[in-house]
Design a protein around this ligand. Structure first.
Ligand code: AMP
Length: 214
């Protein structure tokens, strides 16, 4: 059983790197932001509660977040382990998590703010099939259109200069203390996230003592 948390500022590649690990090691990927986005898109009651906060780039209240994480982990559909992305984001959430679950390692993707800004403002995804693009490294063949299905590419509602500034501020104020809490337990692995996707993935595996490719 492998239980990991992946942390890092927006745009540091948590989703991408988490997906690569989950795929090769049969882990269940639990991305709290994706769960919230699903609720917003599907107009659930929870979606209505979090929509405005999310659009402004602020953090959703701890009670709601913890309930979502608890419910998701209680499903116990993970036979080989899980990788949690986007949680915990502050000291309260970290304490809650450590009280309830054991974890084997915290992967910390480190990326300077100017690189975050460059990457996040170039992020796009397909409005129909959800495929991800990045106008720097992975631009579509036809501008503004999805290569796979031809639908329009859109930005996330919170990928704006203003929301990004708020998210970066929050990250530095609230999320760094989480790393300090985890560091006291000595299981934080910091990886430089500036490199190529595949190189960052190899470095993560090396630090976690996992085989390089499955
Ligand atoms: P993300 O996709 O991880 O960037 O999350 C998108 C948005 O969901 C965040 O800007 C928050 O509004 C909300 N969110 C996701 N995870 C958390 C969390 N652990 N605590 C509070 N809010 C969260």
């Amino acid at each position: 059983m492998r239980k990991y948390v992946i942390m890092g500022v927006q745009g540091s590649g948590k989703g991408t790197q988490g997906t690569m690990l989950a795929r090769d090691f049969d882990l269940v990927q639990i991305a709290v932001g994706d769960i919230f986005r699903w609720h917003v898109q599907n107009h659930s009651k929870l979606g209505a509660q979090v929509r405005r906060v999310m659009a402004s780039g602020e953090l959703v209240g701890d009670d709601l977040v913890e309930a979502v994480v608890r419910q998701r982990l209680n499903e116990h559909d993970w036979n080989y382990g899980f990788i949690v992305d986007g949680f915990p984001r502050n000291a309260n959430q970290a304490e809650f998590f450590l009280e309830s679950y054991d974890i084997d390692g915290v992967i910390h993707l480190d990326l300077p703010d100017d690189e975050v800004r460059r990457r996040v403002l170039a992020r796009r995804s397909c409005s129909r099939c959800g495929m991800d693009y990045n106008l720097i490294a992975q631009s579509p063949k036809v501008e503004g259109r999805c290569d796979a299905c031809g639908a329009e590419l859109i930005s996330r509602e919170d990928d704006t200069e203003e929301a990004l500034a708020s998210r970066l501020r929050d990250y530095h104020e609230k999320t760094n203390p989480v790393l300090d809490i985890f560091r006291r337990k000595e299981f934080v692995f910091t990886v430089d996230a500036r490199g190529e996707k595949a190189d960052v993935q190899q470095e993560i595996r090396k630090q976690l003592g996992l085989p390089e490719s499955q």
